[in-house]
Write a protein that binds this ligand. Structure first.
Ligand code: IDP
Ligand code: MG
Length: 148
């Protein structure tokens, strides 16, 4: 079982797409193990996106992610990291495959609606950064119909 970290970015929240986007993850079979609405501080934004510090788009990225509340969540499931990345779609919404969140709801890279961890190490560090130990360990009644 794998865990991954997801942010519904300010555009997703402002546009009223929280339910629609979380619904896609739920329907795919992913299980929510943590979730919160957060007004992201400049410090948290910089820590989360530290890998992009030297990029020309860094300043814009920090102001985007801190511009309005986000919804942060942790999803659990077999192959959760790659499954969520594929459900989210390519970074540039214009290049994203039809049916993915970014293709279905977005047009521009700077308004691409969702963040998702890109590998096992980033998933662990992002979950720790945003939630610490604050995850919910619970049994889902229909797990046997989703996990073999
Ligand atoms: P990812 O979100 O698909 O993992 P990354 O390359 O890790 O993509 O970039 C992180 C975020 O930074 C993107 O989701 C997007 O919001 C923003 N970003 C990346 N490249 C650009 C760019 O060229 N211009 C503006 N924003 C960008
Ligand atoms: Mg990334």
């Amino acid at each position: 079982m794998e865990r991954t970290f997801v942010i519904l970015k300010p555009d997703a929240v402002q546009r009223g797409l929280v339910g629609e986007i979380i619904g896609r993850f739920e329907r795919r079979g992913l299980k929510l193990v943590a979730m919160k609405l957060v007004q992201v501080s400049d410090q948290l934004a910089r820590q989360h996106y530290a890998v992009h510090e030297q990029r020309p788009f860094f300043k814009g990225l920090i102001s985007y992610i801190t511009s309005a509340p986000v919804v942060a969540l942790v999803l659990e499931g077999t192959n959760a990291i790659i499954a969520v990345r594929n459900t989210v779609g390519a970074t540039k919404p214009a290049d994203a495959a039809p049916g993915t969140i970014r293709a279905d709801f977005g047009l521009e890279i700077g308004r691409n609606l969702v963040h998702a961890s890109d590998g096992p190490e980033t998933a662990v560090s992002e979950i720790a950064l945003w939630f610490g130990e604050d995850l919910v360990d619970w049994q889902r009644a229909n797990d046997a119909w989703i996990f073999e």
